[in-house]
Design a protein around this ligand. Structure first.
Ligand code: NAI
Ligand code: MG
Length: 359
């Protein structure tokens, strides 16, 4: 029996997670997985309840689980809080507490959504990228950090970008191993021309590459990578990045697919894993049954694959999503003329119905 910790979070989090739960529960029953699902609070929901975005019992629940499913955290009602007390800090502490250093973000093109991409179909048709993002280091965690008013009366704020070679080496190995199972090309993103941390990044990635002679390594500055993702995105196979560059580039890459509501992610550590859509809590559409749950449903597929040893069921869920898109069902973010609009919950139900048709 495997344990799943579920943190729905804030904004659209409870809606997309409830929709994905329909799929997870259907697979659980059909596959006889005997999953034990536990629900806990992180983010704003936890702040409202006990003043802490990651209460100790939630961290404990995640540590005891075989996998974590997370919606999204954050929202304007907590904007006035200092960064260290905000909902997002609960998520950062959860990733750090589970030592989830490898964030895998597949950027897959759905042929049915080619008309939803802001880019021309011929540019995005052949896109198949895996962003491998380091998740527990970089400027999000570096010390010192803070804000202060100086003796001159001016407000100052500062964060520290820091990586050590062990952190870089372990994520580089994840990237190269992933490339070996794909088209054997890895592009490492840095800003080695101006930042010492990313100069070390480039050196260490180059060293690790010697252990993977079958993988072709290239390096790209992050500003160029941002441009190339729009100019010629099909050139990339594995894109290896630090924490902040990967955060930004993967949101950008999501637009190749048509909507940020389509992209799942897996965050992996040694024997631990968390699955979540790459988007945030979308307060602008929260509570309206409008959010696209497919990124969360595809995150459940990644959970079946990486944590539950159920590859065949992961593929079935992915095929069910394609079938639903084939049938013309769309949430509002991916809608186009002639398609059938569904709400968040109905989209989950449609995937469950499609799953039942797949042998
Ligand atoms: P966001 O990703 O929440 O939203 C950006 C835009 O994409 C919005 O217009 C939203 O409506 C749309 N969108 C996002 N997910 C969607 C979905 N599933 N279906 C349809 N449309 C969707 O990013 P934003 O607005 O910058 O941040 C909102 C809050 O979320 C902030 O508090 C932020 O800190 C937090 N956040 C949390 C993350 C997490 O929990 N992993 C990641 C990113 C942001
Ligand atoms: Mg982000």
């Amino acid at each position: 029996m495997k344990k799943i910790a579920i943190f729905a979070g804030d904004g659209i989090g409870p809606e997309i997670v409830a929709s994905a739960r329909l799929v997870l529960d259907a697979v659980n029953t059909a596959a006889g997985l005997h999953l034990q699902c536990m629900e806990g609070a992180v983010g704003g929901a936890a702040i409202d309840r006990c003043g802490d975005p990651l209460p100790p019992e939630s961290l404990q629940m995640a540590l005891e689980a075989d996998a974590v499913l997370l919606g999204a955290v954050g929202g304007p009602q907590w904007d006035a809080l200092p960064p260290a007390q905000r909902p997002e800090q609960g998520l950062l502490r959860l990733r750090k507490g589970l030592d989830l250093y490898a964030n895998l973000r597949p950027v897959q093109i759905f042929p049915q959504l080619l008309d939803a991409s802001p880019l021309r179909p011929e540019l995005v048709r052949d896109v198949d990228i895996l962003v491998v993002r380091e998740l527990t280091g970089d400027i999000y965690f570096g010390q010192p950090r803070g804000s202060e008013t100086g003796p001159d009366g001016l407000r100052r704020a500062f964060n520290t970008m820091v990586y050590d070679e062990a952190e870089i080496r372990r994520i580089a190995h994840v990237g190269f191993r992933a490339a070996q199972g794909r088209r054997k090309r890895l592009c490492s993103v840095d800003k080695a021309n101006v930042l010492e941390t990313t100069r070390l990044w480039r050196e260490v990635v180059t060293e690790v590459a010697r252990e993977y002679p079958d993988v072709t390594l290239s390096h790209m500055y992050v500003d160029n990578a941002a441009m190339q993702l729009i100019r010629a995105p099909a050139q990339f196979d594995v894109l290896l990045t630090g924490n902040i560059f990967g955060d930004i580039l993967s949101d950008e890459a999501s637009q190749l697919t048509g909507s940020i509501g389509m992209l799942p992610s897996a965050s992996l550590g040694e024997g631990r894993a968390m699955y979540e859509p790459i988007h945030g809590s979308a307060p602008d559409i929260a509570g309206q049954d409008k959010a696209n749950p497919l990124a969360t449903i595809l995150s459940v597929a990644m959970m079946l694959r990486y944590s539950l040893g159920a590859e065949a069921w992961a593929e079935r869920v992915e095929r069910a999503v394609l079938r639903v898109l084939d049938s013309g069902y769309r949430t509002v973010d991916i809608a186009s003329p002639g398609t059938h609009l569904l709400g968040t919950r109905a989209m989950g139900q449609a995937v469950v119905a499609a799953l039942a048709q797949i042998d």
